[in-house]
Design a protein around this ligand. Structure first.
Ligand code: ZN
Length: 339
């Protein structure tokens, strides 16, 4: 955020924080417009600090069971289990906001066994600046222009990217709705979506959709290490969210797919299309190899490479893919597609 009146904005942030009970970490730097940098940390004399809401001292019991920093004035009763929780007014208001995610609530309360794909997009800001600089340098070189001594990505460039990024996120969500149905899609945040799936092989169209939308907006990021990363976790809707959130943050590559108890897939975004084109044997054979792998990965490797096995030729596509993408990626994909 850039503002000519810092104190006024800070005051607003403080008011919002005390209204909702959150805390926030901010970095403030003052400079002239001509010396603006891409991030406040790069401006000399910047100051970082945390803003907390005002707390009463001491807090009278009962203490809120959720945030534990305010007096519990309300009792939240879970309709299904009847479990009661003493919580404060701020946490009560946040809980009630859950009603803004109607499909998630509906799936959670359903008698049926419902599986969900959690999709989170992460943006690495440092990587973004690094790559914008790299791409700009490449552009200057290709145009035969002289390279300046120091390339500094201007704030306007970052701001332009931000516009594209927001448009990308909203387009991506719309594409998910078109591909998998509005009734199966729940937007949680602009970069966080839950999709109801009936089978793990529906992750394939999800990955295709991500890939196509990504290439439409950021074709140049395929040439560098993308600052955008996507994490996908497939789980039952009843699975503890704290664990899902932990997996969503487990980022090893540009594309990260976690299938609970089945393994993970880590890919570069430009490999998605080729990877999803792996020539797989019929489903029964996928089942067989996936089943063996769940008992023993060593044994499944032997089965895949056993030339004496009369089905050996059927696994040719898998073996070739393993050479390119590694054993874990391909086997997890095998399990995903046999579901
Ligand atoms: Zn609370």
């Amino acid at each position: 955020m850039i503002t000519p009146d810092c104190d006024k904005i800070l005051q607003k942030i403080k008011e919002k924080i005390s209204e909702h009970g959150f805390w926030s970490h901010i970095t403030v730097a003052e400079t002239q417009v001509t010396s603006l940098k891409s991030s406040p940390e790069k401006i000399r004399g910047n100051k970082s600090r945390a803003i907390y809401p005002q707390l009463t001292n001491p807090i009278e019991p009962p203490i809120c069971e959720l945030c534990q920093v305010r007096k519990a004035e309300k009792v939240w009763v879970d309709e299904e289990s009847g479990i009661k929780e003493d919580i404060c007014e701020k946490c009560w208001n946040i809980r009630k906001m859950g009603g803004l995610l109607p499909r998630l609530v509906e799936w959670e309360n359903s008698e049926q066994k419902i599986n969900v794909c959690w999709i989170k997009i992460w943006l690495d800001y440092e990587k973004l600046l690094f790559n914008l600089e790299k791409l700009y340098k490449g552009y200057l070189e290709n145009s035969g222009l002289k390279l300046p001594k120091e390339i500094d990505i201007r704030f306007t460039t970052v701001s332009e990217f931000q516009w594209d990024y927001n448009e990308f996120l909203s387009d991506l969500r719309n594409e998910f709705i078109t591909t998998l149905g509005n009734e199966n899609t729940q937007e949680i945040l602009s970069d966080f979506v839950a999709i109801r799936i009936t089978s793990l092989n529906q992750i394939k169209p999800i990955l295709f959709t991500y890939n196509n939308t990504f290439n439409k907006y950021f074709p140049k990021f395929g040439e560098v290490t993308s600052p955008l990363q996507v994490a996908i976790v497939a789980s039952s809707i009843k699975f503890p969210f704290s664990e899902i959130w932990r997996l969503l943050q487990d980022i090893n590559n540009e594309v990260n797919v976690h299938l609970l108890n089945k393994g993970a897939i880590y890919l570069k975004v430009q490999d998605i299309s080729d990877f999803l084109g792996i020539s797989l044997p019929p489903r029964t054979f996928l089942h067989k190899i996936g089943g063996i792998d769940e008992i023993s990965p060593k044994l499944s490797k032997i089965a895949l490479y056993d030339r004496m096995d009369r089905d050996s030729w059927r696994y040719k596509g898998i073996r070739e893919a393993i050479d390119r993408y590694g054993y874990q990626n391909v086997l997890t994909y095998t399990k995903m597609m046999s579901d």
